[in-house]
Write a protein that binds this ligand. Structure first.
Ligand SMILES: *Cc1c(COP(=O)(O)O)cnc(C)c1O
Length: 234
C-alpha cells in the first residue's frame, strides 16, 4: 500500500494534468480545448500506453523510431502518432510510415527526405519546424533567424504540410526561465503567419515541468511524459 502514492494510476495522473492545463488556460484567458495534449511514451511499455489510451489519451509522442515501430505493431494507427525526437535522415522512410506529425524538422535535407518518403507512401505528412530558441549549443533546432527560410522551403515540398513550430524550453527546474523562449517561438509563428500566409496552428512547447508557462505564452500542443507515466528509468 505504501507504493500507492508513488505509482498512482495513469488515469489519476492524466486527470491531474488535464486539470493543470485547464487552470493554466483559464489564467491565460484561453479555453482548455485549444490545447492539445501529447502523452510522451518513450520508455513506456505498450501495456501502459494502452492504459493511457483507455483513460482518454488520443495523441502519443515517441522519440525513437525503432521503439515506436515495436509499439505501433501493438497499438495501431487509431491514435495520432507524434515524432518528437531527433530524426536521422536514414530513418525518414520509417518515420513517414509510422507517424502522423513530425515535430523536429530542422533542415531542408531532412524535409526533402520526408517529402520523398511521404510521396512514395502516398501520404500527406504534417511537420513542425523545430527552433532552437535558447541558443544552447547542445540543442537541436534551426536558429530563430533561419526559421522563416526553412518554413518556406518545407512548405513548397510535396507530401508535407507545415503546420507549426516546436521548441524545447531550457531544462531548468524553474519553468519561468523558459518563458522568454516560449515567447520567442510564439512571436516567430505570428510573424511567419503574416509574412507567408500559412496557417501554422501548432505551437508545440511545454513539458511536465514547464507546460503552464508554455500555455501562458500560447502553446497549442504540450508534450507531457513524466507527469502522466511517472519518472523514467533511463
Ligand atoms: C521526453 C520529452 C518530453 C516529455 O518530457 P517530460 O518531462 O517527461 O514531460 C517532451 N518533449 C520532448 C522533446 C521530449 O524528448
Amino acid at each position: 500500500m505504501a507504493d500507492d502514492k508513488q505509482y498512482s494510476s495513469i488515469a489519476d495522473n492524466l486527470a491531474r494534468v488535464r486539470e493543470r492545463i485547464a487552470r493554466a488556460a483559464e489564467r491565460a484567458g484561453r479555453r482548455p480545448e485549444q490545447i492539445r495534449l501529447v502523452a510522451v511514451t518513450k520508455t513506456v511499455p505498450a501495456a501502459r500506453v494502452k492504459e493511457a489510451l483507455a483513460a482518454g489519451v488520443t495523441d502519443i509522442g515517441e522519440n525513437y523510431v525503432q521503439e515506436a515501430a515495436a509499439k505501433h505493431a501493438e497499438i495501431g494507427a487509431a491514435v495520432t502518432w507524434h515524432f518528437i525526437g531527433h530524426l536521422q535522415r536514414n530513418k525518414a522512410g520509417q518515420a513517414a510510415r509510422l507517424f502522423d506529425i513530425i515535430h523536429t524538422v530542422d533542415s531542408v535535407r531532412l524535409a526533402e527526405a520526408l517529402s520523398r518518403r511521404a510521396q512514395q507512401l502516398d501520404r500527406r505528412l504534417e511537420v513542425l519546424i523545430q527552433v532552437n530558441t535558447s541558443g544552447e549549443a547542445t540543442k537541436a533546432g534551426v536558429p530563430p533567424d533561419e526559421a522563416a527560410a526553412l518554413v518556406e522551403k518545407t512548405a513548397a515540398l510535396d507530401g508535407l504540410a507545415v503546420t507549426g513550430l516546436m521548441t524545447i524550453g531550457r531544462l531548468q527546474p524553474d519553468p519561468e526561465l523558459a518563458r522568454p523562449e516560449f515567447r520567442l517561438l510564439a512571436a516567430l509563428a505570428e510573424r511567419l503567419r503574416r509574412d507567408t500566409g500559412l496557417d501554422l496552428p501548432w505551437l508545440s512547447m511545454g513539458m511536465s515541468h514547464d507546460f503552464e508557462v508554455a500555455i501562458d505564452e500560447g502553446a497549442t500542443i504540450v508534450r507531457v511524459g513524466t507527469a502522466i507515466f511517472g519518472p523514467r528509468r533511463n
